[in-house]
Design a protein around this ligand. Structure first.
Ligand code: S3P
Length: 175
């Protein structure tokens, strides 16, 4: 049985906010993957990206390896975690993988002002569309469950996830 939840999805789809709510409701530990990476590297995500995206992805793989075997946690993953299949294989040992999706308009609004090196370009909308198109099959392939967060509150997203975890026996989730 699985006792953890891993939230995946594009930047701005609500992984951290929803993850916090879920962790509190289910009394599990909340883990923000990017924060773990920053701690172990002793640098911010932006600084790590200055050494190139590959440097960041390597740290991401190591961090997932470190935490994926732990029970009873809710993990908010960075948006690119799906790009390396090994991360998903590792996360799925203990966690139900939940894919949060949202419209481009909503993602655009929710990512204003944040420090996201990949969106640090003039035409953010075009960049989001391009990344989303490339990544969509990776998210879909990794997902045990999908929730569209475009028009609902984080609390409602969390409620829907908990309902599905309870009802769908094929997810093998144990509270
Ligand atoms: C990334 C998403 C970010 C962070 C990094 C790369 C991505 O996390 O890991 O900037 O490739 O989509 P959030 O999805 O939490 O913003």
């Amino acid at each position: 049985m699985k006792t953890s939840i891993a939230l995946i999805g594009f930047m701005g789809t609500g992984k951290s906010v929803v993850g916090n709510i879920l962790a509190e409701e289910l009394q599990k530990q909340f883990i923000e993957l990017d924060e773990f990476i920053e701690e172990s590297a002793g640098k911010s995500v932006t600084e790590i990206f200055n050494d190139g995206e590959i440097a960041f992805r390597e740290l991401e793989i190591n961090t997932v390896k470190e935490i994926a075997g732990i029970d009873n946690q809710v993990i908010a993953c960075g948006g690119g975690v799906v790009l390396n299949r090994i991360n998903i294989d590792r996360l799925q040992q203990k966690a139900v993988v939940v894919y949060l999706k949202a419209s481009i308009g909503v993602i655009l609004k929710r990512t204003i002002g944040g420090s996201r090196p990949l969106l640090n370009v003039d035409d953010r909308r075009a960049r989001i569309r391009e990344l989303l198109e490339f990544r969509r099959p990776f998210y879909e392939r990794a997902a045990d469950m999908t929730i569209n967060t475009t028009a609902i509150s984080p609390a409602e997203v969390a409620r829907q996830i908990m309902e599905k975890l309870k009802e769908d026996e094929s997810l093998h989730f144990e509270k």
